[in-house]
Every structure is written in structure tokens, then in C-alpha cells.
Ligand binder design. Structure first.
Ligand SMILES: Nc1nc2c(c(=O)[nH]1)N[C@H]1C(S)=C(S)[C@@H](COP(=O)(O)OP(=O)(O)OC[C@H]3O[C@@H](n4cnc5c(=O)[nH]c(N)nc54)[C@H](O)[C@@H]3O)O[C@H]1N2
Ligand SMILES: Nc1nc2c(c(=O)[nH]1)N[C@H]1C(S)=C(S)[C@@H](COP(=O)(O)OP(=O)(O)OC[C@H]3O[C@@H](n4cnc5c(=O)[nH]c(N)nc54)[C@H](O)[C@@H]3O)O[C@H]1N2
Ligand code: SF4
Ligand SMILES: [Mo]
Length: 885
């Protein structure tokens, strides 16, 4: 019998409800849950493609020790023994956990309990350090607690939405769609986007401020001064509910308008227009994400923003407030359980003896950690210098995502004992594990996550656990029992863990701590199974309450007031001839982090199939780079080679590269190898968006493009990048030496059986050379080579893997790299839901479809998840502008 299960999307912090359907034949399909309050039925391109990421290809399905298959008991015994041994010989701080905002709350709770309560060290940190920690630090300075006051509805109720350091259209797409829909129905609503790049999000902006890197503190300080001098301050609110306004104002006044303009890179008119809009609009929401958090001034940026909301009393009311958008599906849940090294459980402070004592008594813990542990960057330093001797990494891929990634990799190589719990066998991190533990993935695991608006939703399993994979919490609890802590880790289900977590949140709370879900403290399995999404807080003995924090003007500092924090604009980096560019890093629409899941989907991989760097046309000219050339980017930490995308959306002097590619998908594209381990002094969050680099054209002797039914392997090339395609794989290639036998090269790279002979094609004039291998009617692999970046139509070439080639002329057409008139090249994929390419869209525009809706009617593009609507609009504008010239 087919069954439908309500669960939650495992990607971004919007936390959309998903209905997963498993058919009788085991086929899975997903759709948005119309009743979930985060998405009301919508899903973005990544959410819509979830079913394509569930196959077991590449999965880690049984424990391994030193590369050999092992039993669970043996592996768990070894982990417990090595951790105990290190603790006995070198103390509790010689071991560490590095965990993730992609763990479920229940997993996270057990990890934190084991480390902070029973091992007695606070050396547990998480990839949320790279993600949310500046927001956490900023909230705690301002509010006395890590509280996100608002809710999604506020973006729809606001008259002005300021998005700073957020590429909402690509990174929180469903929230972006809610915003876009609200703006469409109320066109008087204004959107301001503050981002050095002109992102797809800037598409709906009434004002795009292309701010200089890290200009945000100066900008919001300037705004605070403007609000003060223009009389927009809510004096009653400031005096009744806050402290420190005068100091914040004094610090903010350090720059005059000229100074502000220099620090922000914005014209005075732009500054005045933005300030005036903010001043005159009461209902303002300021959303921020990694352009704010991932900075050496990240915490100050957060407080500069909050200062402006406190000064105007625009917080905790409908349509108003500062709003930190969390990245990962359970970044918020991780904060609730205290997964950061400087927090305790249930939003309690590790530095407060009262809180330590409460947690100790609640857990019956022998040794609650008495001081903060090492934050991620410092933790890997301690691994490198031998202070940490046993490390357990869970649900994160630090060899790709940590700054100074090559040094992180060297640290893991040198570490005496590394345990990795993951769903995949081969990642850049698993290759350094002494013990590999197979975890359950989405669809198999069971627990809760909390989204950006504090809404707790269930992730429910709808697939059986494959082979020996097991829940992360179970692995932790089993190790804890083997370390001698059986009583405290006797949990039999995620429901029991959730109940304990809820009970701790309400323990001796009485409204003193913001995080309280005590109402669920005695939840049983049945109630947990049908738990509906709810927002916290939900204290015991109160009716369920949805809503905002701070509506009553009460905060969590001891005096009940919020604090203004005086912040000063950081000094801009001086021009450096050796490292003339600022590299900004981030995300693309259809990939998730290190691609371990989205890399499995051909549709998602078709949007952007290769690691790239965006560069302004004037910079490209200066360094002699043309569109589609390869570029070598270097920093004092490392080097990458990526494809050039020349675009005026990028500001001169700035480069942008995505963080996703890694050694499994490209030869040398781990962007974090370039990022130095510079961190914010308060939060310890790395400055991943402002990296001093140099860039130069990477001249290859021969360029290649290939399609292959088999996964390309051991590619002998100076540059390669592979991506999943519908009926196989595609590869971008470059070679610097002479290659005398391309046929053999192909046989080995694409695993071509001996009996299959190639058809060759050489164009002597252009120097281009092509080889195609057919097995009967089926194209097995094709390689296109050229002295210049290969111009063959990519999506056409990829589609040839899926179609039969009955007659010889069709096979020669493939070798010649020419789409026939009957099969025009659709071009690079824009709409991944319906696989519609850019050439099809431009053809429709030429045919008179001049709006996103018209293109949608003709091609269906943009009519499902809507994530590509801004790109379609951009293509229409570009075509119409070109036609008008
Ligand atoms: N498609 C996709 N979506 C995702 C993810 C993914 O991997 N793929 N990951 C999820 C996660 S974990 C996270 S944390 C979020 C991140 O979501 P976002 O923070 O929205 O994404 P980023 O691309 O990291 O960065 C946002 C923007 O900050 C800008 N920026 C850089 N420097 C500055 C600056 O100094 N000031 C300002 N104002 N802006 C600046 C960048 O140009 C970039 O456009 O996305 C989540 N959603
Ligand atoms: N330069 C640069 N670097 C960045 C960023 C940036 O913007 N620029 N952003 C940073 C941010 S915000 C983030 S959040 C990080 C993300 O970086 P990572 O956390 O390293 O990214 P993921 O690829 O999501 O890693 C998750 C890992 O867990 C595995 N996994 C998936 N599900 C499960 C599960 O249920 N259990 C277990 N045990 N494993 C599982 C996956 O296969 C994968 O190996 O990157 C950070 N690094
Ligand atoms: S916006 Fe997309 S990625 Fe984020 S939770 Fe919703 S469906 Fe998933
Ligand atoms: Mo993140």
C-alpha cells in the first residue's frame, strides 16, 4: 500500500513541511505540505528534487575500522575505549566532538549531554560556529538571550524589508517567494537589498546597495545617527526598556557623511535615500544572514542592526524587528540544546554557576564542564598541535567547509584517533577517519528540527534503515554506555530524548529563560509521532502560544532591559598589490554545501555544473581573462582553479566563488583552502566573505568536455570537474601536457569496455578533436577537445546519452558535436523542475513571451517551485534591452 508521511525538508532553515509518498514499488515522490505554516505547500528546487537524492549509491552502510568492515559492537567499543584512554591520560579536554546543524535536536542533545555533562569538557562545537554564532553573540549582548524575536509572517506584514547579507532568493527560496508574493499583492511595500553583489535577490529590490565588503557596521551606525538627528527615535521605548543608548550613539557618530560614504562604498544620495526610507517607515524588518555573520566584525554588525530597531522601538511587533535567518535545517535546534562550545543546554550559560548547577542536578551529571570549550577554528588548531587526541565528527565535512581547509585536513591526518559519522562512504573528511560510523539519512531518521522562526517540526522516517546504518543519537548513547554512563543514556527512542530536552527547558525556569517547551516534558511516543509543528516558547501549563518575543518590552538581561551595544566600523583592508582582489564566498541556488546530496541529482547539477568565479568585466580585462577561461586564485593559505564567469553583477575588485565544490567533484576547487582562519573576536565565527587573493588566467594547452555513462574516475588532467547528468555524467577538463593516446585516456577515465571502438572527428582548421564511443545504438562516452575552452552545446551533448542513435549519420553528428536542427540545444538549465534551458527561454521571448508568466505558460518554466523566476525575469530584461539597442 502506498503511504504518505508528513516530514520536514532537510535543507535550509526555512523548514518547509514535506509530504513524502512511497509507492508500492518503493518509488518515492515529494510535495509541499499545504498545512505547514512555513511553506503552505510550496517547495523550492532543492526540496522538489529530494526524491532524487535518496538512492544508496555511495552510502556508507556498515561500520569500518581502518578501512575494513567491522561490526557495530567492535566499532563502538573501540570509540569508547580510545576516548576513555585519552581522558585518563590527558584529561577531558584532550577529546572533542565537532557536530552539525544538520543533526536532529535529539542527536544534538545526546552529544552535548555526553560531552558537557559526563565527559566533563565543553569541547563540543559545531558547524553553526561558521554559520550562526555571530547572531548568537549579538543577540546575547543585546537581549541577554539568544532570541530571534520575529516570525515569517513579519516579512509579509512589513512595509519595508531590508535584506542585508542575505541571498534570500537562492538560500531561503520559499521565504523569498512569500516575500515576493506579499510585494506583488501590496506593491507599495519596499524591499532594500544590501549586498556587494547584484544577486538574484536584488531582482525584487526597490533599492540595491552594493555595499563595500564589511561596510555594514558603518551603514547601520550612520542610520542610527540619522534616526537620532531626524527625531525618529522612540524616546519612551528607549528610556523604559533599554540601556546604553548614549554610548551607542557616541560610537556611531564617529563617521561623518564623507567617512560613511568611503566606508560603505555608497554614494551620499544612496545613503540618504536608504536612511530616509527607514526613518519614515514604521513597519520594518531587517533580515540578515551570512553577509553579516561571517565577518571579523560579524557580532558588531548584528548589534549595529539591532541598535536601530531598539532605538525606534521596532521590535516584537507585527511586521517589525531584526531577523536572523538561520541556514541549516536545525541550526536553531542546535542552539536550543547548547551545541556551541560556549553555551550550556536549554539556552543556559556555561559561565553561570546557577545554570551549571541546574543542569548538573537535572542530568545527575558527575562533572558539568565549568568553562567554555574550544570554538571550531581553535578546536582544529588544538587537533593540529596535538592537544586534542581523539575527535568525533558528525554530519559535517570540515575538510571542505572549514577555513584554512588544507591545514584542517593536515590536522586530521595527524590526529591519533578520528571518528566520522556520515551517510556517505567517500567524502573529503571520511578519508581521514580511523572509525567510520554509518548514519541514517533524511527519510530514514526520526526526530525534530527548529526553523528560523522558532518552529519545531518533526522529521519522520518513511524509509527503512538501509543495511546497518543507525541513528546518530543511538551511536552516541551506545558509546556513552560503554564509557560507563548507562543510566543517563538509557534512551530507547528519539521521543524519550525529546521529552527529556523539553523537561530540561522547563526545569526551574519560571519565565527566566526564553527557551521553554516544558509543555512537552511528558510527551509519549504516540503524541510525539503526531506532534504538529509549533513555535516556542510553550511553557508548561500555558495554552499553546504563537507569536513574537519582546512585545512587552521585557528582555533577559538581569535588569529586564535590552542593551544598545556601542560598535565601531572596522578599518577597511588596505589595498595590497600582491593580493589585489577581495574574494567573497557563498552559495548557488541548486547545490547544498559540500554536494553530498544535491550532487546526486542530475536536475540540480544542471543549473551550475562546475566550480566558478564571478569577476567584473574590467577586472577580467586587467588580468587577461575571457569568459569561460580557467582562473587560478591564490591566497597565502592555498590555491584553486575554477571557471571564469565574467559579469557586471560583481563589483570591480571583488570576486565571488561558491563553497560547494570539493575533491569528489573537482580537481582543485575547495574554496576554503583559500580562506584564512580569521575570526570574529566575540563569536569566533570565521570571516568567509572577505578573503584577500590574487587571480590569474590559467592557460591550459587543451580544453575538454566529456559525457559518459560511467562515473569518470582517476582523471589525469590539470583541471577536471564532474557533475551528474540524466543518463550518466558530464566532465569539464583541461590538460597542460601533450597527450598521445586519447583513446586510451578515454578508456581508463570512462571505464569503456575493450570491445567498444571510437568514432573520431578532427577539424584541422580549428584544431578541434572529438571521440565518441557507441555500444550498439547507445552513446557510451564522448570527448570533445579544443585548444580553446570547448564550445560544444552542453545540455545537447548530455542528452545524447539518453537517446538511441540508430543510424550512423546521427552517431557522426554526436562525434562532430553538432545538434541537429530537429534537436536544438536547450542551453544551460534555468528551471530545474522542468529542465528548461536558457536557449528555450530566449526563443520564447523572441516569440513574444515578455513576462515571467507568459514564459511559464509556454514552457512551464518557473511554474512549479518558482526558484528560477528571478533568473527568467533577468533573461527577459536582458533580451528586451538587447532588442532595444
Ligand atoms: N541553495 C542553497 N541554499 C542554502 C544553503 C546552500 O548550501 N545552498 N545553505 C544554507 C545555509 S547553512 C546557510 S548559512 C544559508 C546562507 O544564506 P545566505 O547568507 O543568504 O547565503 P550566502 O551566499 O552565504 O551569503 C549571502 C550574501 O552575503 C553577501 N555578502 C558578502 N559580504 C557581505 C558584506 O560585507 N555585507 C553584506 N551586506 N553582504 C555581504 C554575499 O555576496 C552573498 O550574496 O543558506 C542556506 N540555504
Ligand atoms: N568559504 C565558505 N565556507 C563556508 C561557508 C561559506 O559561506 N563560505 N558557509 C559555512 C556554513 S554557514 C556552513 S552551515 C557550513 C556547512 O558545511 P558542512 O557542514 O561541512 O556541509 P555539508 O555538506 O552539509 O556536510 C554535512 C555532512 O554530513 C553528512 N550527513 C548528511 N546527513 C547526515 C546525517 O543525518 N547524519 C550524519 N552523521 N551525517 C549526515 C553529509 O553526507 C555531509 O558529509 O559551511 C561553512 N563554510
Ligand atoms: S526553502 Fe527549499 S531548501 Fe529550504 S526548507 Fe523549503 S524546500 Fe527545503
Ligand atoms: Mo550555514
Amino acid at each position: 500500500m502506498a503511504c504518505e508521511v508528513k516530514t520536514t525538508c532537510p535543507y535550509c532553515g526555512v523548514g518547509c513541511g514535506v509530504i513524502a509518498r512511497v509507492d508500492d514499488d518503493g518509488a518515492v515522490s515529494v510535495k509541499g505540505d499545504p498545512e505547514h505554516p512555513a511553506n503552505f505547500g510550496r517547495l523550492c528546487s532543492k526540496g522538489s528534487a529530494l526524491a532524487e537524492t535518496l538512492d544508496l549509491d555511495g552510502r556508507l552502510l556498515h561500520p569500518e575500522i581502518g578501512g575494513r568492515r567491522a561490526g557495530w559492537n567492535e566499532a563502538l567499543e573501540l570509540v569508547a575505549e580510545r576516548f576513555l584512554q585519552s581522558i585518563a591520560e590527558h584529561g577531558p579536554d584532550s577529546v572533542a566532538f565537532y557536530v552539525s546543524g544538520q543533526l536532529l535536536t535529539e542527536d544534538y542533545y545526546v552529544a552535548n549531554k555526553l560531552m558537557k555533562g559526563f565527559i566533563g569538557s565543553a569541547n563540543i562545537d559545531t558547524n553553526s560556529r561558521l554559520c550562526m554564532s555571530s547572531s548568537v553573540a549579538g543577540h546575547r549582548r543585546a537581549f541577554g538571550s539568544d532570541t530571534v524575536p520575529g516570525m515569517y509572517e513579519d516579512l509579509e506584514l512589513a512595509d519595508l524589508v531590508v535584506l542585508t547579507g542575505s541571498n534570500l532568493a537562492w538560500c531561503h527560496p520559499v521565504l523569498y517567494q512569500r516575500l515576493a508574493a506579499a510585494k506583488a499583492s501590496r506593491p507599495e511595500m519596499k524591499v532594500v537589498v544590501i549586498d556587494p553583489r547584484q544577486t538574484m535577490t536584488a531582482d525584487i529590490a526597490d533599492m540595491h546597495l552594493a555595499i563595500a565588503p564589511d561596510g555594514d557596521v558603518a551603514l547601520f551606525n550612520g542610520l542610527l545617527v540619522h534616526l537620532t538627528t531626524s527625531g525618529a527615535i522612540d524616546q519612551n521605548y528607549v528610556s523604559a526598556h533599554t540601556t546604553g543608548f548614549a554610548e551607542a550613539f557616541a560610537a556611531a557618530s564617529a563617521l561623518n557623511l564623507d567617512g560613511l560614504s568611503a566606508a560603505t562604498g555608497l554614494a551620499q544620495k544612496q545613503l540618504r535615500d536608504f536612511f530616509r526610507l527607514f526613518e519614515t517607515t514604521e513597519k520594518v524588518v531587517t533580515c540578515y544572514s551570512q553577509g553579516v555573520n561571517q565577518s571579523s566584525a560579524g557580532t558588531d554588525k548584528v548589534n549595529a542592526i539591532i541598535n536601530c530597531h531598539l532605538a525606534t522601538g521596532r521590535i516584537g511587533r507585527p511586521g517589525m524587528g531584526p531577523f536572523s535567518l538561520t541556514g541549516q535545517p536545525n541550526a536553531m535546534g542546535g542552539r536550543e540544546v547548547g551545541g556551541l562550545a560556549n553555551m550550556l543546554a536549554a539556552h543556559m550559560d556555561i559561565e553561570k554557576s546557577l545554570h551549571r548547577d541546574q543542569v548538573r542536578r537535572f542530568w545527575g551529571a558527575p562533572a558539568v564542564a565549568s568553562k567554555p570549550g574550544l570554538k571550531a577554528v581553535d578546536m582544529f588548531r588544538a587537533v593540529a598541535d596535538g592537544r586534542i587526541k581523539a575527535l568525533w565528527i558528525m554530519a559535517t565535512n570540515p575538510v571542505v567547509s572549514m577555513p584554512d581547509a588544507d591545514v584542517v585536513e593536515a590536522a586530521l591526518k595527524a590526529c591519533p584517533f578520528v571518528v566520522v559519522s556520515d551517510i556517505l562512504r567517500d567524502t573529503d573528511t571520511t578519508r581521514h577517519a580511523h572509525v567510520l560510523l554509518p548514519s541514517l539519512g533524511w527519510g530514514e531518521k526520526d526526530g525534530t528540527v527548529t526553523n528560523s522562526e522558532r518552529r519545531i517540526s518533526r522529521q519522520r522516517a518513511f524509509l527503512d534503515a538501509p543495511e546497518e546504518a543507525s541513528a546518530d543519537w543511538w551511536q552516541l548513547a551506545e558509546v556513552a554506555r560503554r564509557m560507563g554512563f548507562s543510566e543517563a543514556f538509557g534512551h530507547a527512542s528519539s521521543a524519550e530524548i525529546f521529552a527529556e530536552h523539553a523537561a530540561l527547558s522547563g526545569f526551574e525556569n519560571d519565565g527566566r529563560r526564553d527557551f521553554d517547551i516544558g509543555a512537552h516534558a511528558s510527551i509519549d511516543r504516540a503524541a510525539y509521532d503526531c506532534l504538529e509543528p509549533f513555535q516556542w516558547p510553550q511553557p508548561k501549563e500555558t495554552a499553546p502560544q504563537e507569536g513574537r518575543f519582546f512585545a512587552d518590552g521585557r528582555f533577559y538581561h538581569p535588569d529586564g532591559r535590552a542593551c544598545f551595544v556601542p560598535v565601531q566600523a572596522p578599518k577597511a583592508r588596505l589595498a595590497d598589490d600582491a593580493l589585489p582582489f577581495t574574494l567573497n564566498t557563498g552559495r548557488v541556488r541548486d547545490h547544498w554545501h559540500t554536494m553530498t546530496r544535491t550532487g546526486k541529482s542530475a536536475r540540480l547539477s544542471a543549473h551550475i555544473a562546475e566550480p566558478f568565479v564571478e569577476i567584473h568585466p574590467s577586472d577580467a580585462q586587467t588580468i587577461g581573462v575571457a569568459d569561460a577561461d580557467l582562473v587560478r586564485i591564490e591566497s597565502p593559505c592555498g590555491t584553486v582553479i575554477v571557471r571564469a564567469l565574467v559579469t557586471a553583477r560583481q563589483a570591480p575588485g571583488n570576486l565571488f566563488a561558491a563553497m560547494h565544490w570539493n575533491d569528489q567533484f573537482a580537481s582543485k576547487a575547495r574554496i576554503d583552502a583559500l580562506v584564512p582562519p580569521i575570526t570574529d573576536p566575540f563569536s569566533g565565527q570565521p570571516a568567509s566573505k572577505n578573503v584577500a587573493v590574487k587571480a590569474a588566467r590559467f592557460a591550459a594547452r587543451t580544453y575538454g568536455f566529456a559525457v559518459s555513462t560511467a562515473k569518470p574516475r582517476k582523471l589525469q588532467a590539470v583541471y577536471w570537474a564532474i557533475a551528474k547528468a540524466e543518463a550518466g555524467w558530464r566532465a569539464e577538463l583541461a590538460f597542460d601536457g601533450a597527450q598521445d593516446n586519447w583513446i586510451d585516456w578515454c578508456r581508463q577515465a570512462f571505464s569503456i569496455p575493450g570491445g567498444i571502438e571510437p568514432i573520431g572527428y578532427t577539424d584541422r582548421q580549428s584544431g578541434e578533436f572529438r571521440l565518441a564511443f557507441f555500444e550498439g545504438e547507445r552513446l557510451f562516452a564522448a570527448l570533445f577537445l579544443s585548444p580553446r575552452p570547448v564550445a560544444v552545446a552542453r545540455s545537447w551533448a548530455v542528452s545524447q546519452l539518453a537517446v538511441p542513435h540508430a543510424d550512423l549519420s546521427k552517431r557522426f553528428a554526436v562525434a562532430a558535436g553538432r545538434p541537429g536542427a530537429d534537436k536544438p540545444d536547450p542551453g544551460a538549465t534555468v528551471c530545474s523542475c522542468f529542465s528548461v534551458g536558457v536557449n528555450q527561454i530566449t526563443a520564447a521571448i523572441r516569440d513574444g513571451c515578455h513576462s515571467v508568466e507568459a514564459v511559464g505558460q509556454r514552457l512551464s518554466a518557473g511554474t512549479n517551485c518558482g526558484s528560477c523566476r528571478s533568473e527568467i525575469r533577468g533573461i527577459i530584461n536582458g533580451c528586451l534591452a538587447a532588442a532595444a539597442e
